[in-house]
Write a protein of this length. Structure first.
Length: 127
């Protein structure tokens, strides 16, 4: 039987996740999430990611750009890409899953991955 917890608590990391640029900053953010959770608590993320392989990254980024241009035009696509370039530092799904394990999460899993987006999470072990 699956138990669903309904008590959700928002956590503010020590730095904005939108400015996590270095490995140390990513680790600091993920560690803050880990230490803020109670035993058995979980963290779920939906985020823009990059592919671990440059050829795949180019294909995913081209396809995302085609989607954005079809949705609201080329100007919108260019604005989104410029914002990502300035404000975001997408990392690969593999990097983020490994970082979750590094900071102490025991169970790490991927819910869904499509192109340059992924939904994934981790559960803090019961102590």
């Amino acid at each position: 039987m699956i138990k669903i917890r309904r008590n959700v608590r928002l956590i503010r990391p020590p730095i904005s996740t939108s400015v996590a640029r270095t490995d140390a900053e990513w680790e600091s953010v993920f560690r803050a999430f880990f230490t803020s959770l109670s035993s058995g608590g979980s963290l779920w993320i939906f985020d823009l990611i990059e592919a671990a392989t440059p050829a795949l990254q180019a294909m995913f980024w081209r396809r995302y750009g085609e989607y954005l241009a079809g949705f609201k035009g080329e100007k919108y696509r260019d604005e989104v890409f410029a914002y990502v370039e300035k404000e975001d530092t997408p990392r690969s799904l593999i990097f983020q899953l490994e970082m979750l394990r590094r900071v102490g999460f025991r169970d790490v899993d991927v819910l869904h991955k499509n192109g340059c987006f992924a939904a994934f999470g981790a559960i803090r072990g019961v102590t």
